[in-house]
Design a protein. Structure first.
Length: 568
């Protein structure tokens, strides 16, 4: 198929020559230029302003052997202002054509930004189309969305990744519907978001047409390609389920997916009607360390498929997908809610005692961040750090080691390690060598001590990137901590604290009102708090402030849970 891809690409070059120069910004009034970012406080350059996308029609020819795609994406949008220039997010693929309203358009393409200049100004509230044709290896864009993995293709990119394989307004605020026309060599099978409309097989190629009737955030898009066993089911309310299981995935990894129909039936009683036209999961034969709630077709690897994760990704169809975050700082509205959905499923399937035990486990995890380590591995990890050649006095070195090794060796033993330093200076590399001679084999370190140690080494940014920050605030975690454990677990505990405060009747009515009111929309934390206060008739500011915006873990006296009971 590679020859066909390049023929199409070359024809575009001949028929519609690429224009790479646009007018200087000085030639266009600033009021006519769409913003280069949609306004997210964590990711200022994510998304774009000036227009609202209604639909993406994505056509791809996929060469599995060459690991390349040739695509044309047609974007239907409406201007939100008078517009002469606007941006799309797009990765490193080579562009052969850009049109606006089926006419050639001037553009530049650099640093994952496709900037398009219109031949004439479009007034506000005007529908228009953008057509972009391109070719290349989507893996090369390094945006993490599209991955060839030998046996197939998986697509999962949160918070970015979609722009690695099609031009897009890449932010959850701009939801749109999607349709796909994907051509592959047989016997490969293609799945995507929504429902399959048709498949045309001819001359050893198959073209699959899929569409999603409900709006979707771009990070939730997926295309799955491989050799699959397709397993179908249906919920009690008639929601079709279609699972795509890679043929080489062990059956033991697939057993819990049989629970999906029962889970949907239960979640509909507590969250409200399932929000989309279909559901299902794809299990790729690769050992992913994550799963992702790609809309209507959640993405899994072959090693992360337990019952709790399956319930978690399913719950995201309500929380995160149908009701999406208005900005990434509100990510707990996705992850905290999906984590608590796991708790609710445990309560439903195994009883109240099992649910309470799960809450106790989550609470203990948040009260004490213990990490099991062995000395050899600890030294290896620390030796790979991007050290800054910082130097320490004996007192500073002793303080640093006491912070790190508390719980595995005593302060006296730390003093013996650093006792020979005298008044001389010790480098950060020397400090790591000292840890290698510390008198322990294995033990449990407190994450707070590990994080403090990184700070003393002037490596706070590295610690944040590694997810080591124990002080993450659930309601405003920061861009480096979107997927920190606190967002998931303390976020889930926040909902249980709310349930204990307002009672089951008001709590579940709050969830159902929230999903109904904001279906297909975007929300902030304040939106959820407002619904909870409306339904309960209570002022809940103090509760949410303590759980979402304070570092200290609140007690749960109703369950006899006190943070100090779990701390060393």
């Amino acid at each position: 198929m590679k020859k066909l891809l390049w023929i199409a690409f070359i024809l575009n070059l001949i028929i519609l020559p690429m224009v790479i120069f646009a007018q200087d910004d000085g030639d266009i009034d600033d009021s006519l230029i769409g913003a280069e970012g949609i306004g997210d406080p964590y990711y200022p350059m994510m998304g774009n302003g000036g227009y609202d996308v209604q639909n993406y029609n994505i056509t791809l020819d996929v060469d599995m052997d060459a690991e390349e795609i040739a695509g044309t994406t047609v974007i239907s949008a409406i201007t939100t202002q008078d517009l002469a220039r606007f941006n799309l997010d797009f990765g490193d693929l080579e562009i052969s054509m850009v049109q606006v309203n089926q006419q050639p358009a001037e553009y530049t393409h650099a640093n994952n930004e496709l900037t398009i200049t219109l031949a004439e100004v479009l007034t506000a509230n005007t529908p228009f189309t953008v057509t972009v044709s391109y070719i290349g290896d989507p893996n090369a864009s390094r945006l993490g969305g599209w991955s060839f993995y030998g046996e197939g293709v998986l697509v999962a990119g949160e918070p970015t990744g979609a722009s690695g394989w099609f031009p897009v307004n890449e932010h959850p605020l701009d939801k749109a519907t999607y349709s796909y026309n994907i051509t592959v060599d047989t016997p490969f099978i293609v799945g995507a978001n929504g429902t399959q409309q048709s498949v045309l097989i001819r001359d050893g190629h198959a073209t699959y047409r899929w569409s999603s009737q409900d709006p979707m955030s771009s990070y939730l898009t997926t295309v799955v390609i491989g050799e699959f066993d397709i397993v179908r089911d249906e919920t009690g309310s008639g929601i079709p389920i279609r699972n795509y299981f890679s043929v080489n995935v062990p059956q033991t990894a697939l057993e819990d997916f049989a629970l999906q129909a029962d889970m949907i039936d239960f979640f509909e009683t507590v969250f409200g009607p399932y929000p989309f036209e279909a559901y299902g999961s794809v299990v790729h034969n690769v050992p992913l360390g994550f799963a992702l709630e790609t809309q209507t077709l959640s993405t899994f690897g072959n090693s992360f498929t337990n019952e709790g994760v399956i319930a978690h990704e399913l719950a995201h169809q309500w929380f995160g997908n149908a009701v999406g975050p208005a900005a990434w700082q509100h990510i707990w509205l996705n992850e905290g809610f999906a984590t608590y959905a796991e708790v609710l499923w445990i309560e439903h399937s195994r009883g109240e005692n099992a649910m309470t035990q799960r809450i106790r486990g989550l609470y203990q995890n948040m009260a004490y961040f213990g990490v099991d380590v062995d000395r050899t591995t600890l030294v290896e990890v620390l030796a790979d750090l991007p050290l800054t050649d910082k130097t320490f006095t004996q007192q500073e070195a002793t303080e640093a080691l006491n912070r790190l090794l508390a719980g595995v060796i005593s302060p006296i033993q730390v003093g013996m390690l650093t006792g020979d330093i005298g008044t001389g200076e010790i480098t950060d590399a020397d400090l790591i060598d000292l840890i290698g001679s510390a008198p322990f084999d294995t033990g449990e370190l407190d994450l707070r001590g590990i994080y403090d140690f990184f700070i003393l080494l002037d490596l706070q940014a590295t610690a944040d990137e590694l997810g080591l920050n124990p002080n993450v605030l659930v309601g405003d975690p920061g861009a480096d901590n979107l997927f920190a454990g606190q967002v998931y677990q303390r976020g889930g505990l926040t909902l249980h604290a709310l349930r204990l405060e307002i009672g089951d009747e008001a709590f579940f009515e709050t969830l159902r009102t929230y999903t109904a009111r904001f279906d297909n929309g975007n929300v902030t934390t304040d939106d959820f708090i407002a619904v909870a206060e409306e339904i309960s008739g209570q002022d809940l500011d103090a509760l949410f402030d303590a759980w979402l915006y304070q570092g200290e873990l609140p007690d749960m006296p109703q369950l006899n849970l006190y943070a100090t009971d779990f701390q060393p």
